[in-house]
Write a protein that binds this ligand. Structure first.
Ligand SMILES: Cc1cc2nc3c(=O)[nH]c(=O)nc-3n(C[C@H](O)[C@H](O)[C@H](O)COP(=O)(O)OP(=O)(O)OC[C@H]3O[C@@H](n4cnc5c(N)ncnc54)[C@H](O)[C@@H]3O)c2cc1C
Length: 539
């Protein structure tokens, strides 16, 4: 319970209406069902929620937390369990009042944003100037600042617009003791155009692969790199989500490419990367589009044999690539390159922009990434056996491991039947490297599904270790204690970083570097044996 004194101090800083310790309000922050493998779906209830309206207010509120021995953690759009408190005694900072696009520098191609600006807002404004922003695969309602500064950042536009950690430029950062730090050019009193100097650069510490997930203090502004948008200044659209019908820009092509086997798909994708074409690219299973658009029909299809085999075997090696050209010649060139590569590898491609009904839903659902929430339609929730960034070939290995593990769980009725193959894959920067995570669909009302969430996590982690891949879950709070010593004590160093910022005991570092006791065998004797064997070998 927070003291009256601390609460009063918050109220003086942000105004009474922007602070609450009402349990009913606090529980709306503690209810975190998304990507939460705890069957109960709750996290710790914060002791208070505070809505700061400016950087100065964030600094003041942090100092009050320090004075009263309270930890704090920021949430922006809060689309995942990561933004919730991980222990008692945490004040949740809800950043929704800081929602402005401060500037878009058209010439130098960047935007300075506050935490609660969403991907959709930034994209709509950038497009007016012939620019575009990377939107993570979580969709357009997420905060570009959160992913740029604090967590992951993969999406299907990464082939052209990279990973969020690579797009962050100047940063305004309230440290865990309330001091203000500017990184990059704003750190030397200049504009926001560079994250690495002149002025201090701490990109590796600020971000790394996974981000500190709230454990570093509060980011109040950051500059984000923008990219070329060769389309219209507005995507004229009627309707919402899967009913959205947009005017299709002339200079766009949307290819669904199918290959006869894994090797041909793999090689074709490397060639596409070498050709330096594409605006958006992903490998997902065709089933994902079906269960997103028509979940009831999909359930019936799972019970067929011929159609099931067509979808999960014949059409399995699918790759989607969206092309955009800055001129007619360029789009025709890119189109011809895709057709040539697909033909060379004995595949075929369906160009979807001219297809009635389907074509017009593509701009909003792909370029604005609105299709992603459809992932909830099959069973209500999903879990992900943790994404990793690596070469395309090893990512395909990981997708196949996922399929093998998932099929067994489907047979045993422990997850929903998505026909087995369900990876989310993307390419970074013309396939210099790429992403793969394995998606498991489950029904949150099904006790058996809920019970198996830990086993899926454990099994995936152990399997990754067995095939000598970097354990995908190494960022995860549950496994640091086990994996840290096997991986150069990475967590020891993360703790040192947290200490040097004064974060320990001030910021909520639970998602970043705290260690907990966790049974990585999920109570399964076979997994326990495997785990012990691997640990012994690796040591
Ligand atoms: C359907 C779905 C699909 C997803 N797909 C992807 C995907 O393709 N790619 C991907 O990268 N992620 C994906 N995710 C995970 C996603 O990154 C997380 O859900 C993330 O939490 C979304 O960020 P957000 O913008 O809602 O920010 P939040 O959830 O609010 O914050 C994310 C993290 O950053 C911290 N944070 C937020 N704001 C600040 C701040 N101002 N200062 C300091 N710390 C802060 C939070 O404490 C939290 O740890 C997906 C999630 C869902 C639900």
């Amino acid at each position: 319970m927070i003291s009256d004194e601390a609460l009063g101090a918050f109220q003086v800083i942000v105004g009474e209406e922007n602070v609450s310790r009402e349990p009913a309000v606090l529980d709306t922050y503690a209810w975190q069902p998304t990507i939460n493998d705890d069957p109960a779906k709750w996290v710790y209830r914060p002791v208070a929620v505070v809505l700061p309206g400016s950087t100065a207010e964030v600094q003041e509120v942090v100092k009050v937390c320090n004075k009263h021995g309270l930890k704090f953690k920021a949430t922006t759009t809060g689309w995942g369990v990561y933004s919730g408190p991980t222990s008692d005694n945490v004040v949740q900072f809800d950043m929704r009042r800081m929602n402005k696009i401060i500037e878009i520098d058209e010439k130098n191609m960047y935007a300075v944003v506050e935490p609660y600006v969403t991907g959709a807002q930034l994209q709509a404004e950038a497009m007016k100037l012939g620019l575009n922003t990377h939107i993570i695969g979580a969709g357009p309602v997420c905060s570009p600042l959160a992913s740029a500064t604090s967590g992951w950042g993969v999406g299907w536009d990464c082939i052209y617009m990279s990973y969020s950690a690579r797009n962050v430029l100047g940063v305004e950062w309230v440290l865990p003791d309330g001091e203000l730090l500017y990184l990059g050019t704003p750190g030397s009193g200049s504009e926001w155009f560079c994250g690495d100097g002149p002025g201090p650069s701490l990109r590796g510490i600020l971000r790394g692969t996974s981000g500190a997930l709230g454990g570093h203090g509060v980011f109040t502004r950051c500059a984000i790199k923008l990219f070329n948008w060769p389309g219209p200044s507005e995507l004229h659209t009627e309707g919402l989500l899967l009913d959205a019908q947009s005017e299709i820009p002339e200079n766009i092509r949307f290819h669904m490419c199918f290959f006869p086997d894994r090797d041909k798909l793999a090689d074709a994708v490397y060639e596409i990367g070498d050709a330096e074409i594409g605006y958006l690219a992903t490998r997902v299973s065709p089933n994902v589009f079906l269960y997103g658009a028509t979940p009831r029909l999909f359930r019936k299809l799972t019970r067929t044999s011929a159609l099931r085999s067509l979808l999960s075997e014949t059409l399995k090696w699918m790759f989607v690539i969206v092309l955009m050209g800055s001129s007619r010649e360029e789009i025709e060139y890119q189109d011809a390159v895709v057709k040539k590569i697909v033909g060379d590898y004995k595949g075929f491609s369906l160009e979807m922009t001219e297809v009635p009904v389907i074509g017009p839903i593509l701009p909003m659902n792909f370029l604005r990434v609105s299709a992603i929430p459809a992932i909830f339609r099959l069973g209500g929730l999903f879990t992900t056996a943790l994404g990793r960034n690596e070469t395309w070939d090893t990512q395909l290995d990981w997708a196949e491991v996922g399929e093998e593990l998932r099929k067994r769980r489907i047979e045993q009725g422990e997850v929903l039947d998505d026909m087995g193959d369900n990876p989310f894959m993307a390419l970074y920067e013309n396939n210099t490297w790429s992403h793969c995570e394995n998606i498991y669909q489950y029904d949150t009302r099904n006790e058996k599904h809920l019970e198996k969430l830990h086993t899926i996590f454990a099994e995936s982690t152990i399997r990754a270790m067995e095939i000598c891949q970097e354990p995908l879950s190494s960022f995860d709070w549950r496994v640091r204690k086990i994996l840290g010593p096997l991986l150069y004590d990475y967590n020891y160093w993360q703790k040192q970083i947290a200490q040097s910022f004064g974060a320990e005991g001030a910021a909520d570092t639970g998602m970043y570097c705290d260690e907990v006791d966790y049974d990585l065998s999920a109570g399964d004797p076979q997994l326990k044996e495997k785990l012990e064997k691997i640990i012994a070998e690796k040591k």
